[in-house]
Ligand binder design. Structure first.
Ligand code: BYC
Length: 481
C-alpha cells in the first residue's frame, strides 16, 4: 500500500497495513468498543448527535493531509497514522548514535520505552476528560468546533499510542492499553499519571491557556520522542505534531481574542487604568490582571510536566537512544553528551542560582528552557495587542520557582518575580497571583453559550479568519440535541 494515503476500507483507518497484520488488527478491534464506551462516558458532554465541521486525515503527506466535512463525533474515523519512513534513518543520539534506527523494540530498553509511551498515551484522554463540559458554554460555534476538533484528535493520539503498545509490547502492552481507558482525570482512586492532567479546566479562558501552555509541553515532548531511535515511535510522533499545531493555534488565538476584546471594551468605555478590576469587569470582559493570574497557573502547572531539572530517568532515556532533545538532529555537538554541562536553576543556600550540571542529567531543564522560549512568542503578540490599544500593561511569564509541585522548587514558595517567601506570606498573598474562587465565579458568570452562526460572546473577539477559509457566518456545528 502507499503509506502516504490512509486505508479507510478497514474499520480502523490506517497507513500501516493493518489488513495484513491480523493479530494487531484483532487486538485493536478488541479495544475499540472500550474506547467507544469511554468516549460516550468521558468525551464531550452533549452534542454527540450534532454535525461538526471537522478535519480528518486522509494522508500523511505534509503538502495536503486533511479534509473537512460534517461528522458526528462518534462517527469520526480515529485511525493509525505514521509519518513516512525515512530511508536509512539512524539513531540520532545516545550510546547507539549512528546505528540504524530500530524497527523493533530493543529488549534492554523495553520497560523504559513502554513507560514513556504509556505516559504520553495517558495525557491524551485525560485532556478530553478535563474539557468534556466546555461545549455547553462555548462562546461561538466556531470555538465549539475547535474544541471538538482538539478532542477528537487527542482521541486519535490515544489510538496512536495504543497501536504502539499493542503492536510492539505483547500482552503487557494490551494490559496497559486497557488501563489507559480505566484511569480518569481527577479520580481519587485511579487518577491520570501527570499532575496537570488531574486539574480542572473550568472555563474557556482555562481551555485557551491549556491549549497554549500544556499542549505546548505536548509539542516539546513529542518533538523529543520524534527523535527516538525506535522508529515507529518517531514516525507516530512526527504525524501527531502535524495535528498538534492547530491545538496551539486555538490557544494562542483564543487568548489574543480575549485580550483584544478586553482592550476594545476598556477603550470604548474610556478606562485608562487596566488594573481597575471592578470597572473593567462591569463591562462584561475579563480584566488583564485576571488573565495574568490564569497564565501564572497554567504556565507553572505545565513547567511541572518537564519533571525534575536534574533527572537520571532523562539521562537514561537519552543514553538509550529513546528520547532525544528538541531538534536533536539540528544541534551541532557529539549527540552523546558524555563530557558536557548545562546550566540548571537550583536552590543554593536559599537563593535561586544557575549551577552547571552534567548535560545528560540536565535534559529536562534543557527541554524546559526550549519550551519557555517557545512560550514567549505568543506572549509578545498578546502584549502588542495591549500596547496598540494604548495600555501600559504587560503579560509576563512567572519565575520558574513560582507555584511548583515538581523539581528543585517544590518545597519553597516564591513570588512570580522569583522572590522567595515564607509559608505565611504565600498563604496571605497567593490570591494576588493565582485565580481565586471569586475570580473563578466572575469568569463563570460570563460563560454563556452563543450558538447563533457568526455571533460571539461579548467577552471575546471574533477570529480574523474562519476554519478552512469559511465565511464569518458559517455554521461550524449543526446542533442536534
Ligand atoms: N506529575 O526524573 P523525574 C501532551 C514523576 S503533554 C506527576 O523528575 P522524568 C498533551 C515521574 O513520572 C506531554 N509525576 O522526571 C498535552 C517519575 O515517576 P516514577 C506528555 C511526575 O521521568 C495536552 C518521578 O516523578 N508526554 O502530550 O525525567 C493535551 C521522577 O521523575 C511529574 C510526556 O510527558 C508530574 N508532572 O520526566 C494532550 C512524554 N513529573 O517513574 C496531550 C513522556 C515527573 O519514578 N514522559 N513525575 O514513578 C516523559 O518523558 C517523562 O516521564 C516526564 C518526566 C517528562 C513526564
Amino acid at each position: 500500500m502507499n503509506y502516504m494515503n490512509v486505508d479507510y476500507s478497514t474499520k480502523i483507518p490506517n497507513n500501516v497495513n493493518l489488513s495484513e497484520d491480523r493479530q494487531v488488527l484483532k487486538a485493536l478491534e478488541g479495544w475499540h468498543p472500550g474506547y467507544m464506551d469511554w468516549w460516550s462516558d468521558m468525551g464531550p458532554e452533549g452534542f454527540q448527535q450534532s454535525l461538526v465541521y471537522l478535519r480528518t486525515a486522509y494522508s500523511v503527506d505534509p503538502r495536503g493531509w486533511a479534509k473537512f466535512d460534517y461528522v458526528k463525533m462518534p462517527e469520526y474515523r480515529w485511525g493509525i497514522l505514521l509519518a513516512p519512513q525515512e530511508e536509512n534513518r539512524v539513531v540520532p543520539f545516545g550510546e547507539s548514535y549512528g546505528e540504524p534506527a530500530w524497527q523493533e523494540v530493543p529488549g534492554e530498553h523495553r520497560a523504559m520505552l513502554r513507560r514513556l509511551i504509556v505516559i504520553q498515551g495517558d495525557t491524551e484522554p485525560a485532556s478530553v476528560e478535563q474539557q468534556r463540559h466546555l461545549g455547553k458554554t462555548a462562546p461561538s460555534l466556531y470555538d465549539m468546533r475547535n474544541l471538538f476538533q482538539v478532542n477528537v484528535e487527542e482521541g486519535r493520539h490515544l489510538w496512536a499510542m495504543v497501536y504502539l503498545l499493542q503492536k510492539y509490547f505483547g500482552r503487557d502492552g494490551r494490559e496497559e492499553a486497557d488501563e489507559l481507558l480505566r484511569r480518569r482525570s481527577g479520580d481519587a482512586d485511579a487518577p491520570r499519571m501527570l499532575g496537570a492532567f488531574n486539574e480542572a479546566t473550568p472555563d474557556w479562558l482555562s481551555f485557551f491557556m491549556f491549549t497554549y501552555f500544556t499542549d505546548r509541553d505536548g509539542k516539546m515532548q513529542l518533538h523529543s520522542l520524534a527523535q527516538s531511535g525506535f522508529d515507529p515511535l518517531s514516525r507516530t510522533c512526527r504525524f501527531m505534531l502535524t495535528e498538534e499545531a492547530h491545538h496551539m493555534f486555538v490557544g494562542e488565538t483564543g487568548i489574543s481574542r480575549v485580550v483584544q476584546r478586553t482592550c476594545e471594551a476598556m477603550r470604548d468605555a474610556g478606562i485608562t487604568d487596566p488594573t481597575d478590576i471592578a470597572k473593567v469587569r462591569a463591562l462584561g470582559v475579563i480584566d488583564l490582571p485576571t488573565i495574568q493570574k490564569k497564565l501564572n497557573l497554567h504556565y507553572s502547572l505545565s513547567l511541572d510536566l518537564f519533571g525534575s531539572e536534574v533527572s537520571t530517568n532523562a539521562a537514561n532515556a537519552f543514553n538509550a537512544g529513546i528520547k532525544g532533545r528538541y531538534r536533536e538532529t539540528q544541534i551541532d555537538d557529539d549527540h552523546r553528551l558524555q563530557n558536557s554541562t548545562y546550566p540548571v536553576l537550583k536552590l543554593v543556600n536559599g537563593e535561586i542560582k544557575r549551577v552547571d550540571e552534567p548535560a545528560l542529567t540536565a535534559l529536562n531543564m534543557r527541554l524546559r528552557d526550549d519550551y519557555t522560549q517557545d512560550c514567549v512568542k505568543g506572549m509578545l503578540r498578546w502584549n502588542k495587542i495591549i500596547s496598540l490599544a494604548g495600555y501600559q500593561f504587560k503579560l509576563t511569564l512567572p519565575n520558574v520557582a513560582f507555584h511548583r509541585a515538581i523539581g528543585e522548587f517544590k518545597d519553597i514558595h516564591a513570588t512570580p518575580d522569583g522572590v522567595l517567601i515564607d509559608d505565611a506570606t504565600w498563604t496571605k498573598r497567593k490570591g494576588e497571583w493565582l485565580p481565586s474562587s471569586a475570580d473563578g465565579d466572575f469568569i463563570a458568570s460570563l460563560m454563556k453559550p452563543v450558538t447563533v452562526s457568526g455571533e460571539y460572546a461579548p467577552w471575546i473577539s471574533p477570529p480574523k479568519v474562519g476554519i478552512d477559509n469559511k465565511p464569518g457566518d458559517f455554521e461550524y456545528v449543526k446542533i442536534e440535541t
